[in-house]
Design a binder for this molecule. Structure first.
Ligand SMILES: C[S@@+](CC[C@H](N)C(=O)[O-])C[C@H]1O[C@@H](n2cnc3c(N)ncnc32)[C@H](O)[C@@H]1O
Length: 267
């Protein structure tokens, strides 16, 4: 069934189109091709927590167009692999790695991360997943698979922007999840499932403010380019995404839906 509102196909398919680049420049501290709530400053904090270094390897689950992973490889010297289910995202990510001269240690593959990942046991020193775990069904199976592909002593860091911390109406849930499959997770559930998967939970932090501010900037930057974006997305597509961003902003600003980052390690 097609999604009610398209975000990812349009985003990755027109990644370098003028209005989308201009929107990302106004939304983020640096345009990394994001389709999420991550800024470069935040990505650097995540990298520090993952303790990557030359000679180590990292997997990004649902890497989108690969900008964050390429930056991770550049700033840490680690070898990196990204997977995503969106073919245009993977194509854009592969182009980016080549353009940046990173192809010898950064690669991207098409994969459905809701299923067992196409890697042998104990392949990576770190697993990273930003604002995407909410698109994967079966949280316990997903975490157990991340545990499987991590080496002993390895770290996992993921954000979940769909942690339920207040009341939501059915209309609000529909608007917030109009772009695809969403798993809404109650507060405390991720910590429990991490422990059940064998991980030691090291840190949990509330990053809801990032969602409230990035979604506002994203929506407003798009609003200022309505005509150009309507030519790309059609009127219905443009309005649908604006309604989605409105819902994201309201629910985050009112702390009814929260974004948390989880850092855990494999003993
Ligand atoms: C919010 S975007 C985040 C992308 C990237 N991590 C970022 O921060 O820009 C969510 C990503 O999840 C991907 N995705 C959704 N379902 C997936 C699945 N079953 N397997 C792999 N990737 C998936 C989408 O294609 C999209 O790139």
């Amino acid at each position: 069934m097609p999604n009610e509102v398209d975000l990812y196909d349009g985003h990755y398919g027109h990644l370098d189109a003028d209005p989308l680049v201009a929107v990302r420049r106004e939304t983020y501290d640096e345009d990394l091709g994001q389709a999420s709530w991550i800024t470069l400053a935040e990505a650097r904090e995540f990298l520090r927590a993952l303790e990557l270094a030359p000679g180590l390897s990292a997997l990004e689950v649902a890497c989108g167009s690969g900008g964050v992973l390429c930056r991770m490889a550049l700033e840490t010297g680690a070898s990196c692999v990204g997977v995503d289910i969106n073919p245009e995202g993977i194509e854009a990510a592969t182009r980016r790695a080549h353009t940046l001269g990173l192809a010898s240690r950064v690669s991207f593959q098409l994969a459905d991360a809701g299923r067992s990942l196409p890697f042998p046991d104990e392949s990576f020193d770190a697993v990273f997943c930003n604002d995407s775990i909410n698109h994967l069904p079966g949280r316990l199976e997903v975490l157990r698979d991340w545990f499987r592909v991590l080496r002993s002593g390895g770290r996992v860091l993921f954000t979940d922007p769909i942690v339920v911390t207040g009341q939501l109406t059915n209309e609000e849930i529909r608007a917030r999840s109009a772009i695809g499959f969403f798993l809404f997770t109650p507060l405390g559930c991720n910590e429990r499932l991490l422990a059940e998967s064998g991980f030691l939970v090291r840190d949990v932090r509330d990053l809801t403010e990032a969602v409230a501010s990035v979604s506002r900037r994203w929506r407003d930057a798009r609003g200022r380019r309505r005509d150009a974006l309507v030519r790309l997305e059609g009127e219905q597509g443009f309005d649908g995404l604006q309604r989605f961003l409105d819902a994201v902003h309201t629910l985050a600003a009112e702390r009814r839906l929260s974004r948390f980052v989880y850092l855990a390690s494999k003993p």
